[in-house]
Design a protein around this ligand. Structure first.
Ligand SMILES: [Zn+2]
Length: 473
């Protein structure tokens, strides 16, 4: 197949006018001017996007698909109230079926938004079915929580058991798929290919929800099994207070639960480093409250970072210092975080917000460009996940994860630079085509209902439960 576009933006090289990408099976064969590519690959089916830019699929380095149904449910709360309300909704209001529907809705939103890869910490494992059903590529981190040191062994055994079950579900899929076959309108062999897009990992959630011994044991388990690791760190003021002074709302809550937490006087990042929790396999989400010595630690340990600018603003945490991350050559991708915090999954919006970060505006000469922002949302994200040899740019030999973004909408015209248009005026809804491993995931022209009535019904039921739980009795 040959895809041609008004523009082709490989990210790893300069944009092409009237370019094309030749694809065979799951890989890219050639990227170049349409005439050249057509001549080199006669007989290939040509699919044209005369109004659109073709670019690598977007990489969302931090999502929580399972929490999609909480979009708009937790407004106006401070972070600690927000976390508690979210936890209550997950464990006391929603059923596993509700969370499965929530994850599928999130995966559909991602595909429609031009995201082809997600890095997604999950609790009950619902993201696995969701990304297999939609065809997304993903790193799915099984979360582990348990702040009481005495319960570390038990929590680790539960984690291992969950991972065993995930591996079994993955190798058997689509047998035992959570969603009915009507969502799976592709041939079975094609569906089986989707399993190769899934990487399992583990996520010891955060230093205030996971005890020090459980951190050590989980990291040892992950390293033994070569699993990637995702940790939330240096996000809130309360977390810094807990680590540095042993005070604040997190400390009070832990005390109420009978957890003995000794303040260390160091930073959250230094705390993780002291535990031996940081390495090349680690992706850290947020990293807002860092000391200058923390950047050295991240750089030396080969850690990657998921930058979530909109979530950080919406939850009033502040801004990550992108300039320092870049100066220390720390691989950094963009993430939306959960839509419970965001409230949308739109990486075009994250690109703009990353550029508008006040840490950058302090020094106009830092020179972060639209190209830098687009790179963070594609190749930068791929680097942060350790996938840059396979995805993140349009180059021969890479997997064909490609999207088309319509740049002929009124809010784009006129287009002097397709990269500026993508970064400064595009929206998730401008995406008209998406492919992963050469498999078409979404096509705007298809007369296909993306949200099946059964899924919509499940979401409405979950919403009613959430609404009822909030109403005074
Ligand atoms: Zn998160």
């Amino acid at each position: 197949m040959i895809l041609s576009g008004r523009w082709v933006i490989p990210v790893s090289s300069s944009p092409l006018d009237h370019g094309a990408v030749a694809i065979e099976d799951s890989r890219i064969l050639e990227v170049g001017p349409l005439e050249t590519v057509s001549t080199h690959h006669p007989g290939h089916q040509l699919k044209q996007f005369p109004r659109a830019a073709l670019l690598p699929g977007l990489v969302n380095t931090h999502s929580h698909l399972e929490l999609t149904v909480l979009r708009g449910y937790l407004e106006g709360l401070n972070f600690w109230q927000w976390l508690r309300a979210l936890t209550r909704a997950k464990y006391e209001i929603l059923t596993q079926d509700d969370i499965a529907a929530s994850a599928l809705l999130g995966a559909i939103e991602a595909v429609r938004a031009g995201i082809t890869t997600v890095a997604d910490p999950m609790d009950i494992g619902a993201s696995l079915d969701a990304i297999l059903t939609t065809g997304l590529r993903g790193v799915l981190y099984q979360e582990v929580f348990s702040p009481k040191p005495a319960e570390a062994d038990e929590a680790l055994e539960k984690l291992k058991d969950k991972i065993r079950r995930l591996e079994s579900r993955l190798s058997n899929w689509p047998d035992g798929a959570h969603f009915p076959a009507k969502h799976l309108d592709h041939g079975l062999s094609r569906l089986a290919d989707r399993r190769t897009r899934v990487t399992l990992g583990v996520s010891p959630h955060a230093l205030y929800t996971v005890s020090a011994p459980l951190f050590r044991q989980t990291i040892a388990f992950a390293r033994d099994r070569n699993y990637p690791v995702c940790i939330h760190v240096a996000e809130s003021e309360a977390e810094t207070q807990l680590v540095e002074q042993g005070s604040g709302p997190m400390m009070e809550s832990l005390r109420r639960r009978g957890v003995d937490w000794t303040p260390l006087g160091s930073s959250p990042v230094a705390y993780l480093h002291d535990l031996g929790a940081l390495g090349k396999e680690t992706l850290l989400a947020h990293c807002i409250r860092l000391k200058s010595s923390d950047y050295e630690i991240l750089s030396q340990q080969g850690v990657s970072v998921a930058h979530c600018p909109k979530s950080n603003v919406r939850l009033r945490h502040g801004f990550m210092d992108l300039r320092s991350m870049r100066e220390h050559h720390i691989p950094t991708g963009l993430g939306t975080d959960s839509v419970a915090a965001n409230n949308s999954m739109d990486l075009f919006e994250e690109m703009r917000l990353a550029l508008g970060n006040p840490c950058w505006m302090k020094d106009e000469l830092t020179g972060l460009t639209a190209e830098d922002a687009l790179r963070m949302a594609t190749l930068g994200g791929a680097e942060a996940l350790g996938f840059s040899n396979r995805i993140g740019s349009l180059e021969p030999g890479k997997q064909a994860d490609i999207i088309a973004v319509d740049l002929a909408q009124p809010h784009h015209l006129p287009v002097f630079s397709p990269v500026d248009a993508l970064v400064f005026s595009a929206r998730a809804s401008d995406v008209v085509f998406s492919m992963a491993d050469g498999e078409v995931l979404f096509e705007d022209s298809q007369e296909r209902s993306w949200i099946a009535p059964a899924l919509l019904h499940s979401i409405e039921r979950a919403q009613e439960k959430l609404q009822d739980a909030r109403s005074p009795a």
